[in-house]
Write a protein that binds this ligand. Structure first.
Ligand code: NAG
Ligand code: NAG
Ligand code: NAG
Ligand code: NAG
Length: 466
């Protein structure tokens, strides 16, 4: 009975326009939306303590306590002239730093170290700091790349409680790789290229104050990890460099990204399968393809992403703003997502859900299964759209999007009229919403009833864990 009531309020309350005091606990009213996020750690304090943290580690490095043990790559024979092969020196320095408590793996400033693909593997002794103050640069010739490391350049794995910092630059020298991409030249085989920096199978990692640029493919991937905090990271590649995502998160939980400037040839941030509780705050993106959840569901795969918050972002000249993209034929779900306080400047598709994503040379057929998208809130989003569809909710006919919520949206088109497009998207809006999004309330399609049936069995708010 409660469930049916819940469904009733879900559908009716938005239409009745919103009497603050009367919404039932399980209803989908603006007041109850926060319940969607209950299952996820949301405390703002997660972002606090930043400065203190920074001071701490700064002092630790220099303090008279002298507890820190510097392990300088130069002491292991690194030349740092940008020409010599410093791979072995880095590897040897790593082995020592990793085996010592309170060590600082030090890449000194004002030098340029050429390093081949390398795996920096833990676990290490406690309190390791990786201090990159100089420049680490990749060899630029794809033909000379060790095929054993086709997916990585600098990979950090099995680490626990490590800080990576130092104000230095990690440079993938990617231009020759980009030229070999099948996206640039259709005659090239589509075989991919290394990710510049990977954090894999790790926890409690703090990355701050670094530049990662000109990656061979993706810049910075976080995989199979938890409790990762990234701040003050700058990522930089040309707008026409293929597949050069900024930060890519896969199979990871509790990731916070703050104060990052990202400009690339692909997504500034992409969040894919098996990722949960991802927070992004104060992000600047552009050029690039925007901030994306997905793609998910390729080749009939399962994709699950829950608990994503973007708060305070500025996107400039990007292809998309905030995007959720899934392939036809997938399964799984995207749930409990909030994009808020976002400024869009000349963005082609500022707000977009695309369940017909097809990044393939051949046409993708429609299927009956799809990744289910629900509980997505867009709040305080303003700026300019380059295309007529400032908001586009292109959802699957058989698995419609539900509980799409818009609050305080003001998106204009510089020359012409901005519109909202809906296909099988169900939700509501409140506050000022421009362009108007009435199609969320009237979206009719084959799947709607089936979807509503489903919701009886799976009423919101749900906090199903993975
Ligand atoms: C680094 O790569 C170059 C070019 O492929 C190769 O000649 C060299 O032996 C590699 N260095 C190490 C330490 O493997
Ligand atoms: C997505 O993650 C789920 C849960 O971890 C897993 O079962 C599934 O195989 C993953 N899908 C892909 C495409 O890797
Ligand atoms: C995905 O599933 C559809 C429908 O069952 C099937 O026709 C198609 O071949 C499958 N595609 C892949 C890549 O497995
Ligand atoms: C898939 O479905 C969408 C929405 O109904 C439709 O616009 C699109 O043309 C279809 N695509 C194909 C390849 O049939």
């Amino acid at each position: 009975m409660e469930k049916i009531l819940g469904l009733f309020t879900l559908l009716i309350i938005p239409l009745l326009i919103i009497n603050v005091s009367c919404s039932g606990e399980e209803s989908s009213s603006p007041q109850s939306i926060n319940l969607w996020f209950d299952g996820y750690a949301e405390e703002e304090q997660e972002y606090g303590g930043e400065l203190q943290d920074e001071m701490d580690s700064f002092l630790m490095l220099k303090s008279e306590k002298g507890a820190r043990i510097p392990v300088n790559v130069d002491s292991f024979g690194a030349v740092g002239d940008g020409l010599a092969d410093d791979t072995q020196a880095f590897q040897n320095a790593w082995d020592v730093a990793c085996s010592l408590k309170d060590a600082v793996f030090l890449v000194p400033e004002n030098r340029r170290y050429k390093v081949n693909a390398t795996k920096f593997v833990g676990p290490c002794e406690r309190n390791l700091i990786i201090q990159v103050s100089g420049i680490i640069v990749a060899p630029e010739e794809p033909d000379d790349w060790n095929p054993k490391y086709s997916k990585i350049w600098l990979s950090f794995s099995k680490l626990n409680g490590v800080k990576i910092q130092g104000g230095g630059i990690i440079d993938g020298s990617g231009s020759k790789w980009w030229a070999t991409s099948c996206k640039i030249n259709k005659k090239n085989p589509c075989k991919g290229a290394p990710t510049a920096v990977t954090i894999d199978s790790s926890s409690g990692i703090r990355v701050k104050d670094l530049t990662i640029q000109f990656a061979q493919q993706m810049h910075f991937t976080i995989s199979r990890s938890e409790a990762i905090r990234i701040s003050g990271v700058h990522i930089n590649a040309p707008s026409d460099s293929p597949n050069t995502d900024g930060i890519h998160i896969t199979d990871s939980t509790n990731v916070a990204i703050q104060n990052c400037h990202i400009g690339t040839g692909d997504d500034c941030i992409s969040i894919v399968n098996a990722s949960k509780n991802i927070k992004m705050k104060s992000i600047q993106c552009g050029p690039g393809h925007g901030i994306s959840i997905g793609s998910l569901g390729k080749d009939n795969s399962t994709g699950i992403v829950t608990g994503v918050v973007l708060d305070m972002a500025k996107l400039t000249g990007t292809k998309n703003g905030v995007r959720i993209k899934t392939w036809q034929g997938g399964s799984g779900y995207v749930k409990a997502v909030r994009f808020e306080n976002v400024e869009m400047i000349d963005v082609e598709n500022p707000i977009i859900i695309d369940q017909f994503y097809c990044d393939s040379p051949t046409t993708c057929m429609n299927h009956t299964s799809a990744v289910k998208i629900s509980q997505v809130i867009y709040r305080n989003i303003r700026g300019t759209s380059r295309s007529p569809n400032a908001m586009k909710f292109a959802c699957s006919d058989t698995v419609p999007c539900s509980n799409i919520v818009l609050n305080n949206i003001n998106l204009e088109r510089e020359n012409g009229i901005a519109e909202t497009f809906c296909n099988c998207a169900i939700g509501f809006d409140y506050g000022v919403v421009l362009p108007k999004a009435d199609c969320l309330k009237s979206s009719s399609c084959g799947g709607t009833q089936e979807d509503n049936q489903k919701q009886k069995h799976d009423p919101i708010p749900t906090h199903t864990e993975l």
